[in-house]
Each structure stands twice: as C-alpha cells, then as structure tokens.
Write a protein that binds this ligand. Structure first.
Ligand code: NAD
Ligand code: ZN
Length: 348
C-alpha cells in the first residue's frame, strides 16, 4: 500500500506505533546513510531498539554475497519474525532488502522508503525483489510486497541529476503506456529538477501500482511496463560489457525511441504519433551513440532476455500515447530498421 506523499513523517510514526515490531533494522547505502538517514532518525518518534546496516552503493552490491552478509547480520542482532526491515535507498536497496527480508526466517516484514526517483516511481512498487549473478540481472529473487511504501520527495534534493533523469525515463514510460495526460504533463516540464518532478510522482506511482494490482505475476498486462526495455536492456548490457555503464533510464530512453519506431513500422502508430513521442523523449535525453554496437549482438541479447523463449523476441509496444500492447512479435527486418534509424537517422 502506498501512503500519500507525506513530508511530516506522521504516517510512518503512526504505522510503527500500530505495528509494534520488536526491533527495527535500517538498510542503507553510504549515500542514503549520509543524505537521508539523519532526517529520518530525527523525525522518528519511537522508543523501539534499532540497528543500522550499511552497504556500499551500486549495482555491484546486488549479489548473493551481500545477501549472505545481511542474513548473518540479522541473525547476529537477533532479528526475529516480528522485526521490521526498513529499506532506505534506491532500487538496489529496495530490491536487495526485499529479497533478504522475504527469505530470512522464511520472511520478515519490511517497508520501503525509496530515495531515488527510479525507486519511488518504479522499483519500490510491485513486489519484485532480487539480486544479480554474473551478468544476469535479477536472476534470483522473490515476489514479496512491502508492508508499506513511504515517500518523501525531499530526499530527491540530494540526488545527482543523472539519477533523477534516469528515474524520469520510467515516468515517461508510465505516461506512454497508460495515461496520455501524464505524458503531456511530463513533457511540458521546462527544466528537469526534483521540485518540478515532485508534483507528478503520485500519478506515476499510481499507474505502476494499478498495473501491478491487475497482474501481480506478470502474466499479461504487467508486461506493458517492459515498453522500451527489450532494446533498453540489450543496450544497457553492451554498455556494461564495454565497462562504460550508462544509467538504466538512459538505456530505457534509447529503447523507447527504437521501440516507438518499431511500433510505427509495425503499423501500430502513425508517423506523427511516433514523432511526438520521440521528440518528447529527446527533450530530456540527449542523443547517445550506439553505432559501435552491432545489430546482431543487440538481437542476440534480446533473444536471450528472460522474457523470451530463445527463438522469438517479444515486445511491448505502444498502440497510441497512453496505451500499450504486449507479446508482440516483430519482423526482424523491422527491428533492424528501427535500430538503424536510431543509429544513423536520428543524429542527423
Ligand atoms: N523491483 C523492481 O520492480 C525494479 C524496477 C526497476 C528497477 N529495479 C532495480 O533498481 C535498481 C536501480 O535503482 P536506482 O536507480 O534507484 O539505483 P541505486 O539504488 O543504485 O541508486 C542510485 C545512486 O543514487 C544514490 N542515492 C540514492 N538516494 C540518494 C539520495 N536521496 N541522495 C543522494 N544519493 C542517493 C545511491 O547511493 C546510488 O549511488 C536496479 O538494480 C534495478 O534492477 C527494480
Ligand atoms: Zn526500467
């Protein structure tokens, strides 16, 4: 359940009073320890005992080694079935913390307090938890819902701009797949900043929440949240393999442009709609060159994506602004044309 945006922490305090956990465990990374935890602790009105667990920041920490370390700490500090884990951080902390909480002693309760825009509008919602292994992202995980999600947009004030923009890509996606008004509101933002984005957060969260409620286990409509991610994940993997990782949202922005072109080539949207979408995305996301990546390598990664069966690539594609289809199989020529369009036409 998502609490309405709440700056005065009263809902969190009320929640803790009602829940009466035996002990609190705050999971933070170095950055959220520095920038977010002091505010949270200052505003907590509780006598409950607590421990702070800090991990280093970054996707590299989303491993089984970190999970093992966290299980050990919980055991060492005698976390019991009535303890509460408070995940205070971005998607790495909420994915990791949710995974550890849902597996420790067969599951203890946890809440998410996301501190990145991506965490707020996407990762903290929907009950997917997980860790990476090798190059395989989120290869091990659980479906486990937090007891609550508490959102304090003021935490975004210390977030680096590239991280803010990364989360903004997912907000744009929410508009494109489900709500034209949300899309229009977002693309009319003059300058991307925490202050300018904050009024649109609640709507974006609600779009994701509504989709997830209809299809928790991603059997049908939840797949629409993958719009931009088939190409996006492939691009992200190649940047990562080349040791020049790009933020997830930047890869998704590239993916959304390619997949919008693909939607046009597949006859699902008009060229005018495709232009509107691409111009909207490009207002915020400068062109990133991907012409060093071969189409065949990108296609190979798309085929191996965990959502596909290895013989066909399945896309979620917009059918108009605010509406999206899923399980769409596209012509390989059209996929190549859309990648080439991004590589060679768009930067002219
Ligand atoms: N479970 C899901 O449904 C879901 C959905 C989307 C993404 N994800 C996962 O989310 C992860 C990415 O999340 P992310 O982009 O939030 O990354 P992240 O958690 O690594 O945070 C990005 C950076 O911002 C720092 N940071 C966080 N909050 C801050 C603040 N308020 N001020 C200053 N710095 C701050 C972090 O320390 C980190 O360095 C990926 O692992 C991805 O797989 C999960
Ligand atoms: Zn994403």
């Amino acid at each position: 359940m998502i609490s309405p945006l709440d700056q005065d922490f009263s809902q969190l305090n009320h929640f803790l009073t009602e829940m009466k956990p035996t002990k609190l465990f705050f999971l933070v990374d170095e950055n959220t320890h520095e920038h977010c935890l002091p505010t949270l602790l200052t505003n907590l009105e509780t006598e409950l005992p607590f421990e702070i667990i800090e991990i280093e920041p970054g996707e590299e920490m989303k491993t089984i080694e970190t999970a093992t370390h966290l299980w050990e700490i919980l055991a060492e500090f005698q976390a019991d079935r009535k303890s509460l884990l408070i995940n205070l951080g971005g998607g790495v902390i909420t994915d990791m913390g949710g995974f550890v909480a849902s597996t420790y002693k067969r599951g203890i309760r946890f809440i998410n307090i996301p501190t990145t825009l991506l965490g707020i509008c996407d990762a903290s919602i929907g009950g997917k938890t997980g860790i990476d292994h090798g190059f395989l992202k989120n290869i091990v995980g659980t479906f486990a819902l937090p007891e609550r999600i508490f959102v304090y947009p003021n935490f975004l004030l210390t977030l680096p701009f590239t991280e803010l923009r990364s989360g903004f890509a997912e907000m744009l996606k929410h508009g494109l797949i489900a709500d034209e008004t949300h899309w229009k509101d977002l693309i009319s933002i003059y300058e991307l900043s925490a202050e300018n984005v904050a009024p649109h957060i609640e709507k974006s969260m609600k779009i994701k929440q509504d989709v997830v409620e209809k299809d928790f286990k991603e059997r049908n409509i939840r797949k629409t949240l993958n719009f931009g991610h088939t190409v996006g994940h492939a691009v992200e993997s190649l940047f990562m393999a080349g040791e020049k990782p790009i933020p997830h949202g930047e890869a998704v922005a590239i993916g959304m442009i390619c997949e919008t072109k693909l939607s046009e080539l597949s006859g699902l949207i008009s060229p005018e709609t495709a232009d509107e979408v691409m111009n909207g995305i490009r207002k915020f996301f400068p062109y990133v060159r991907i012409d060093d990546f071969k189409n065949e390598d990108l296609l190979k990664l798309m085929l191996n994506d965990k959502k596909n069966d290895g013989s066909t690539i399945s896309f979620s594609l917009i059918t108009e602004i605010g509406s999206c289809g899923y399980d769409i199989h596209c012509d390989t020529d059209n996929i190549n044309t859309s990648l080439n369009f991004y590589k060679f036409e768009l930067n002219k």
